[in-house]
Design a protein around this ligand. Structure first.
Ligand code: NAD
Length: 281
């Protein structure tokens, strides 16, 4: 029995943005096993479609929708299509997000003698910073505006946002992503309060450092030894290892499930092997 089969979301409509990506595709596949009807939204339709097909092939219910979380018209069109296919949204997972190299410094610290080719804080590109803030913050706020309208007054409706370790203490090199994820934690609390009279709970998870096929090569050398950055992460993770996508699933299902979490509203749940609790000393 998988973890998901312990939860029953039969006939609930679960809308997941960024579901063509690594984490949210995994969430979609597991949530579909609970009997939910899962809508996989992504700007990359091909990727979302591939995962929806996999879910359908296993006999569960899912459909992919090309959606740009930064365009209200696109989100509204998807909302109408989902309403016609499955019914209106019960649970929204705002997963679309990410960083951009134009908003990333080359070095952890500014120094007096940096080579002129170094991309320092002073070289960060305004368009890259806007991209990161828009994708993470507006890309959570706009889908919430569209889908939460249908969730008002529904039984057991809730929203889950994806924050990050950056929200607690910024990581070096990525000031825009850190600020945008701090804004997501803040917005999660704001929504929890704002919708508390109309039955929509809102919570977030803050994943720690995970290994995926996408970042494996950055974290480990060919012999499987941690790279310098990976070593730093592991040294600062009390449990001394990376997490895996499947270890986020318990937190997601727990927060989604009214039987377990009916009075949990406005929390950001770290799933991080203790990283956010550790000062490093
Ligand atoms: P990912 O890059 O694999 O997936 C992100 C998805 O969002 C992609 O499929 C992409 O096409 C989609 N997307 C991008 N712009 C979009 C837009 N405008 N409209 C609709 N879809 C759009 O990322 P991931 O690692 O699966 O991360 C998912 C979420 O978790 C993100 O919010 C990320 O910031 C957060 N997160 C990830 C980690 C991690 O270790 N992977 C850690 C902390 C937080």
């Amino acid at each position: 029995m998988t973890l998901a089969k312990k939860h029953n979301f039969k006939d609930k409509v679960v809308v997941i943005t960024g579901a063509g990506g690594v984490l949210c595709a995994y969430f979609a596949k597991e949530i579909a096993k609970t009997g939910a009807k899962v809508a996989l939204l992504d700007i990359n339709l091909e990727s979302a479609q591939k995962f929806a097909d996999e879910i359908n092939a296993q006999g569960y219910i899912a459909k992919a929708y090309k959606t740009n979380v930064l365009e209200l018209d696109s989100i509204k069109q998807t909302r109408d299509a989902i309403a016609a296919d499955f019914g209106t949204c019960d649970i929204l997972i705002n997963g679309a997000g990410g960083n951009n190299p134009k908003a990333t410094t080359d070095n952890e610290f500014h120094e007096l003698d940096l080579p002129p080719t170094t991309k320092s804080f002073f070289d960060l590109d305004k368009s890259g910073i806007e991209f990161v803030f828009n994708l993470n913050y507006l890309g959570t706020l706009l889908p919430t505006q569209v889908f939460a309208k249908d969730m008002v007054g529904k039984k057991a409706a809730n929203i889950i946002n994806i924050s990050s370790m950056n929200a607690y203490t910024p990581l070096t090199k990525i000031p825009a992503y850190s600020g945008a994820k701090a804004a997501i934690s803040n917005f999660t609390q704001w929504l929890a309060v704002h919708f508390s009279h109309v039955g929509i709970r809102c919570n977030a998870i803050a994943p720690g450092f995970l290994v995926s096929n996408q970042n494996r090569a950055l974290l480990f050398d060919e012999q499987g030894n941690p790279t310098a950055r990976a070593h730093k992460i592991l040294t600062n993770t009390p449990m001394g290892r990376f997490g895996e996508a499947k270890e986020l699933m318990g937190g997601i299902l727990f927060l989604m499930d009214e039987e377990y979490a009916s009075f949990i509203n406005g929390v950001v749940l770290p799933i991080d092997g203790g990283f956010s609790a550790y000062s490093g000393v």
